[in-house]
Write a protein that binds this ligand. Structure first.
Ligand SMILES: [Zn+2]
Length: 152
């Protein structure tokens, strides 16, 4: 990753209303438009639906991203496991039904979320996500930040 000198961190996704950073460029007519990995390559007719699904899963996406960035061989913090399980999404952290290190779990969860977000008609998880957010899922970022300090 050589994104330090680019606008990677400051450039939002090209799609209006999308809360994710633009991380993938699409060049058209010599200019580059930056899309998040959820919108990149998706037809414009699906952009609004994708944005809605991204917004509804933002705490989960953030948790998955942070888990992916934990040091190698770090276990998924138990508070995170409980939060996912409480939201009915505990399986997202498992690979072949087994507990895996945080990085693997984070990437796996991100893959599951990406599939849900990019595939039309995947709305079944919405209610559990909303319930999770209502029950304090928002604090997951803080929980992971704490575990990062402990693990350091
Ligand atoms: Zn986007």
């Amino acid at each position: 990753m050589s994104d330090e000198s680019t606008t990677y961190d400051r450039t939002g996704c090209f799609v209006a209303g999308c809360p994710l950073p633009g991380s993938m460029a699409t060049s058209t007519n010599g200019s580059s438009q930056w899309f998040c990995h959820m919108h990149h390559g998706a037809p414009a007719t699906s952009w609004a639906d994708i944005t809605a699904r991204v917004s509804n899963r933002l705490p989960l996406l953030e948790a998955a991203r942070r888990l992916s960035n934990l040091p190698p061989r770090t276990a998924v913090p138990s508070a995170i496991v409980q939060a996912f399980e409480a939201s009915g999404r505990g399986a997202m952290l498992l690979v072949d039904g087994k507990r895996v290190p945080a990085r693997t779990a984070g990437r796996h969860a991100m893959g599951v979320l990406e599939k849900e977000i990019r595939t039309p008609g995947q709305q079944q998880a919405l209610e559990t996500v909303k319930a999770a957010m209502a029950s304090g899922f928002r604090s997951m970022g803080e929980l992971i930040a704490e575990s990062e300090e402990i693990g350091a």
